[in-house]
Ligand binder design. Structure first.
Ligand code: IPD
Length: 265
């Protein structure tokens, strides 16, 4: 119902902004230049875990019987049919290096369907949000995915997984696509990439191998802004492949990615 969605949206925004402030203010200034990157990575991992705890703690105080699925291990069934899907830092490597493109991503699913999505980008001072059937917004401004350009004029976003074998395949797909389009960006946060499609800062985005917490909130925001989001042609998006773009460009990109086998390693 709209009342439930409104309640979940308010909680998600409040939780994401609390976590965002904690991560922004708590990040040691010398993280990126720390003597050993391994110890810096440990600090980021601790911030990631603390951020997830802060979010699940806040949401759990208000709605103690909901379920949770979080990147840092939160996994609770719950009894209300509502499950929160949480990425406490999406864009961890950007966060590590002091680059601004990282986000807190929180989605709420009701009986398996995503009904609320919030992507808070502390260093941009932006909170993207959407409720199912009610449009997408950044602040008070409604979002509209851009009109689809010709494939040759499209600015694409993508991302790469962490495993070598997968990255070899991903590099091959980029090699094939790059001469055909305006350009390709690797922003470093899937949640922000999906919001960028929602507001026209990217024409399209695709990536193989995302996890549900990377895309749950951004998927709804992109859809509610009028973009299409899916996987292989005729399929829903999945951890296998995520494609997002306005109608017209979406089908072209999906077809090319399928031909190139972008959905497998
Ligand atoms: C990563 C980011 C990145 C994408 C990776 C994700 P994380 O999430 O979204 O842009 O390319 O596939 O794993 O690890 O920073 O939460």
């Amino acid at each position: 119902s709209q009342a439930l969605q409104a309640e979940l949206l308010d909680l998600a925004v409040a939780a994401a902004e609390r976590a965002g402030a904690f991560l922004r203010d708590g990040r040691p200034a010398d993280l990126g230049v720390a003597a050993t990157k391994t110890s810096a990575v440990d600090v980021v991992t601790e911030m990631d875990i603390a951020s997830e705890k802060l979010i699940t703690g806040y949401l759990g105080d208000h709605r103690p019987d909901d379920g949770f699925l979080g990147e840092e291990g939160a996994s609770v069934e719950g009894t209300t049919g509502v499950q929160w899907v949480i990425d406490p830092i999406d864009g961890t490597v950007n966060y590590l290096y002091g680059r601004p493109a990282w986000a807190v991503s929180i989605a709420a699913r009701k009986d398996g369907e995503t009904v609320v999505g919030v992507v808070h980008v502390p260093m941009q001072g932006e909170t993207f949000r959407a409720c199912l059937g009610e449009g997408a917004y950044v602040g008070e401004q409604p979002l509209k995915a851009g009109a689809a350009p010709a494939f040759g004029q499209a600015l694409l976003g993508t991302g790469f997984g962490y495993r070598e074998e997968r990255r070899i395949r991903q590099a091959e797909v980029v090699r094939q696509l790059i001469p055909q389009v305006r350009d390709i960006r690797r922003g470093g946060s899937a949640a922000i990439d999906l919001c960028d499609v929602a507001c026209g800062r990217l024409d399209a985005y695709y990536e193989r191998g995302l996890n549900p917490w990377d895309y749950a909130a951004g998927e709804l925001i992109a859809r509610e802004a009028g973009a299409l989001v899916g996987g292989r042609p005729g399929e829903e998006l999945s951890t296998e492949l995520t494609v997002a773009a306005p109608p017209g460009l979406f089908e072209t990109l999906q077809g090319k990615l399928d031909e190139l086998g972008a959905w497998h390693d």
